[in-house]
Ligand binder design. Structure first.
Ligand code: BGC
Length: 516
C-alpha cells in the first residue's frame, strides 16, 4: 500500500469531510474486550530482513543481495542485509523471544536461494535446509506453530536475469520450488503462504523503483508480473492440493497488502474513484482468486484496454487470462491473508487529468489520493494511524468476497527506535479494537500477526525505520535483542486474550511463562 501514499498528491481539501473517524471513544477505552475463542496471535519477519548469512553455507545471490551490493546507497542508510539480525545463527534466541511473548505461531519466510542455490531443483542445499529444520523444530518444541511464506521478495538473481516474474516460465520454476519445500517441511508446517504482497512485488518492483529489482517499466511490467505471479501462486496451490493436502493436512493461501480507499466526498465521482483505486491497488490480485467469476476486474480490463488503444498500442498492456487460466487461478486460497497498515482518501476531478506518467497504472486509474495532516504519524511517511480504515477494509472484504476466513498476516507501526514506544502501543490497541469491531460485524477474522517480532532491514529504508516489538542493536556484533514496552503489552494481550487499555507493564524484565 505504501507506494500509493509515496506518490500521494497533496491537495487542499475541497469542502468538509464527514467521518465516523472516532470509533474509539474514551468510554470504549475503559472496557476490556475479549478476542473470540480459538483466535490466534503471532508475529512475523521475512528471510532477507533478518537472516543475514547472505553468502554462507552455499546460499546464492538474490535480488536484494544484488541491489544492495551493486547500488549500496539506493538504500537510505547505504546498509544491506548481509548480517541483518544474524537470525541464521541466532534462531534459538528468536524462538526464546516467541516464548517470552507466549505466541501461538510465528510467520517467517524461506530464502529460495538458501534452499536451491541454482534456483532450480537440480541441487538442494543441505545446510540451508538444516537451518530451517532447526528453526521449525525449535519452535515446535515449545508448541509454537510455523506459518511459512514461500516468497517474501527475495527472487534468485539468476531468475531475475531471466526476467523474474516477467518470464512465464517462472510458473514452472516457482512451482518446482514450492513442491520441494512442501516435501522438505510439510510434515511439520501446516500453514503456507505462497506470496507476500503481490502489489509491492509488481507495482513497486516492476512498475516503480521503490523495491528491487527497480525495473520502473510502468503500466507494462507491473501488469505482466501480476499475471505470471497469480499463475505461479495457483501452481503452488494446486501442487499442495493435489499432492500434499491429503497426507499433510495443512492450509495454503496468499497474502495481499491493502489499505482502505475512502472517497474524499459524497460525490458519485469520488465514490467510483475510491472503488476503482481499490481494484487497481489490490483487487487486481484479489479478484482473480477470491471472486465468484475470477479474472482481473472488468473495469480494469476496460480502462487499460481503452488507454492502451488511445496510446497507440496494438493490444492492451494488461495481459489476458485464457478461460482455462481464469479457472486455474479462481478459488486458490484457503484464506484471505491480509497485510494492512494504513488508509487514505481518494478523489477524481480535473486536477488529476494528465498529471501521471503515461503509460502507467496510476494514469490508467486516473485518481488522486491524500491523507490528512492531523493524522498521527509513524516514522514511515506512508504510515498514518487510521484504525477506522482497517474496520472498513475488513467489512469490504467480507462483502465483496463472501466472507472468507481472514488471516491478518501483518499489521504494525514504525518508530525511529527506543524502548519507550507508546506510539506503537497506541497503534496496536486502536487497530485491534477496530478489528474487534469488524469481528462483531460478522467478519471471519481468525488470526492476527504483529509486524514485527523485532527490528529488521526495512528494505529501501535500511535500518532507519524500526517496526520491532524487540529492539535490535545493530552496533553490537551480537545483535542484542531487547524487549520494548510494546512487547510487554502484546504479551499481556496474548496471555489474557483480551484488549485492556488500562494495562501498564510494571517490569522491564521478560520472563517465559507457563505453557511455553
Ligand atoms: C512487508 C514487510 C515490511 C513491512 C513494513 C510489509 O509491506 O511485507 O516486509 O517490512 O510492510 O514496511
Amino acid at each position: 500500500m505504501k507506494s500509493l501514499y509515496h506518490l500521494m498528491i497533496l491537495v487542499v481539501l475541497l469542502g468538509p469531510v464527514k467521518f465516523n473517524e472516532c470509533k474509539t471513544t474514551d468510554a470504549r477505552q475503559n472496557t476490556v474486550r475479549r478476542f473470540p475463542e480459538g483466535f490466534l496471535f503471532g508475529t512475523a519477519t521475512a528471510s532477507y530482513q533478518v537472516e543475514g548469512a547472505w553468502n554462507v553455507d552455499g546460499k546464492a545471490e538474490n535480488i536484494w543481495d544484488h541491489l544492495t551490493h551493486t547500488h549500496p546507497c539506493d538504500i537510505k542508510d547505504c546498509s544491506n542485509g548481509d548480517i541483518a539480525n544474524d537470525s541464521y545463527n541466532q534462531y534459538k534466541r528468536d524462538v526464546e523471544m516467541m516464548r517470552e511473548l507466549g505466541l501461538d505461531f510465528y510467520r517467517f519466510s524461506l530464502s529460495w536461494t538458501r534452499i536451491l542455490p541454482t534456483s532450480f531443483v537440480d541441487k538442494i542445499n543441505e545446510a540451508g535446509v538444516n537451518y530451517y529444520n532447526n528453526l521449525i523444530d525449535e519452535m515446535l518444541k515449545y508448541n509454537i506453530q510455523p506459518m511459512v511464506t514461500l516468497y517474501h521478495w527475495d527472487m534468485p538473481q539468476k531468475l531475475q536475469d531471466l526476467g523474474g516474474w516477467n518470464n512465464p516460465h517462472i510458473v514452472d520454476w516457482y512451482g518446482d520450488y514450492a513442491r520441494t519445500v512442501f516435501e522438505l517441511f510439510g510434515d511439520r508446517v501446516k500453514n503456507w503462504i505462497t506470496m507476500n504482497e503481490p502489489r509491492e512485488i509488481c507495482y513497486q518492483g516492476y512498475g516503480d523503483v521503490t523495491m528491487a529489482p527497480r525495473l520502473n517499466i510502468k503500466g507494462v511490467a507491473d501488469y505482466m508480473c501480476a499475471k505470471n505471479l497469480l499463475l505461479a501462486h495457483a501452481r503452488a496451490y494446486h501442487i499442495y492440493n493435489d499432492e500434499f493436502r491429503e497426507t499433510q493436512n495443512g492450509t495454503i493461501g496468499i497474502t495481499i497488502s491493502a489499505g482502505f480507499s475512502e472517497p474524499a466526498s459524497e460525490s458519485e465521482e469520488d465514490k467510483v474513484a475510491a472503488e476503482e483505486a481499490a481494484l487497481f491497488g489490490w483487487g487486481i490480485y484479489a479478484q482473480p482468486i477470491f471472486s465468484e467469476t475470477g479474472d482481473f476486474p472488468s473495469i480494469l480490463k476496460e480502462k487499460v484496454a481503452a488507454k492502451s488503444a488511445e496510446q497507440g498500442f496494438l493490444r492492451s498492456r494488461l495481459p489476458e487470462f485464457t478461460p482455462e487460466e481464469v479457472e486455474y487461478v479462481r478459488g486458490t486460497s484457503d484464506f484471505f491473508g491480509l497485510n494492512h497498515y494504513s488508509s487514505g482518501y481518494t478523489f477524481r476531478n480535473e486536477s488529476v487529468l494528465g498529471i501521471f506518467e503515461s503509460p502507467s497504472s496510476d494514469d490508467d486509474l486516473g485518481a488522486g489520493s491524500y491523507v490528512l495532516e492531523e493524522w498521527e504519524t509513524s516514522a514511515s511517511s506512508w504510515l498514518k494511524v487510521v484504525p477506522w480504515g482497517f474496520y472498513k477494509l475488513l467489512v469490504k472484504i467480507k462483502d465483496d468476497y463472501n466472507n472468507p476466513p481472514v488471516f491478518i498476516t501483518e499489521n504494525g507501526f514504525s518508530t525511529l527506535g527506543g524502548l519507550e514506544d507508546d506510539g506503537r502501543i497506541s497503534y496496536y490497541r486502536k487497530y485491534l479494537d477496530a478489528m474487534l469491531d469488524a469481528i462483531a460485524e460478522g467478519c471471519d477474522v481468525r488470526v492476527y500477526t504483529a509486524w514485527s517480532l523485532m527490528d529488521n532491514f526495512e528494505w529501501m529504508q535500511g535500518y532507519t525505520e524500526r517496526f520491532g516489538l524487540y529492539e535490535v542493536d545493530y552496533e553490537d556484533p551480537a545483535r542484542t535483542r531487547t524487549p520494548r514496552k510494546s512487547a510487554f503489552v502484546y504479551k499481556e494481550i496474548v496471555r489474557s486474550r483480551a484488549l485492556d487499555w488500562s494495562y501498564q507493564p510494571d517490569t522491564d524484565v521478560m520472563t517465559i511463562d507457563d505453557g511455553h
